[in-house]
Design a protein around this ligand. Structure first.
Ligand code: GTP
Ligand code: MG
Length: 182
């Protein structure tokens, strides 16, 4: 299912409908690259998009979409966990969080699992265009404050909007800086 290649990969993970596919399209300036949908659970497989013949953006299925049924949810969870634990060329995982919401248990539990397994990750708060910046800041700070209860050091975070292309340069610069250091 994954390409036989050892180029570095940057993967996007998060709750179903949080905006993973939209963010990949925003980063690549290609609105039709990754399939997006207002119906949650659109992406069910792992999709690799090669960039400049040098690295991959990886679109993962969303976690926590119960309407698909228990079995499908389990399968998706296993697929995501297996990719994250076994894909050695996965260089950084971007965990997407909906900037409109207060901290969600499922996101916190997922991040805790990443910590237990020593997975490098950064946070990406999505859909910042849906509200004013002070509300976004408030939700981001609440999320980070919650993490501080468990983590000594906070992960890097980005605030983005696929709609307004907010955070595009920051994310691409960050990926480039990692690529240069490899
Ligand atoms: P799954 O593949 O189902 O896990 O979802 P996903 O995380 O890939 O979400 P997707 O990119 O398909 O976006 C879900 C919905 O949110 C779509 O209707 C998008 O248009 C919308 N959306 C995504 N990002 C943004 C954003 O930054 N701003 C706004 N206003 N809408 C967004
Ligand atoms: Mg998707």
């Amino acid at each position: 299912m994954c390409p036989k290649s050892d180029l570095p990969e940057y993967a996007f993970v998060g709750r179903s409908n949080v905006g993973k596919s939209s963010l990949i399209n925003m980063l690549t300036n290609n609105s039709k690259l990754a399939m997006t949908s207002s119906t949650p659970g659109k992406t069910l497989l792992i999709n690799h998009f090669i960039i400049n013949n040098a690295w991959y953006l990886v679109d993962l299925p969303g976690y926590g979409y119960a309407q698909r049924g228990k079995k499908v949810m389990e399968d998706i969870k296993n697929l995501i966990q297996h990719y994250i634990l076994e894909r050695t060329q996965m260089t950084c995982l971007f965990v997407l969080i909906d900037s409109r919401l207060e901290p969600q248990k499922i996101d916190l539990a997922f991040i805790e699992w990443l910590g237990e397994n020593g997975i490098p990750f950064a946070l990406v708060f999505t859909k910042a265009d849906k509200q004013n910046i002070s509300k976004t800041r408030q939700n981001v700070n609440r999320f980070l404050d919650t993490l501080k209860e468990q983590w000594e050091e906070l992960p890097l975070h980005f605030i983005t909007s696929a709609e307004k292309k907010t955070g595009r340069k920051e994310l691409l610069d960050y990926i480039e800086s990692i690529n240069r250091s490899l």
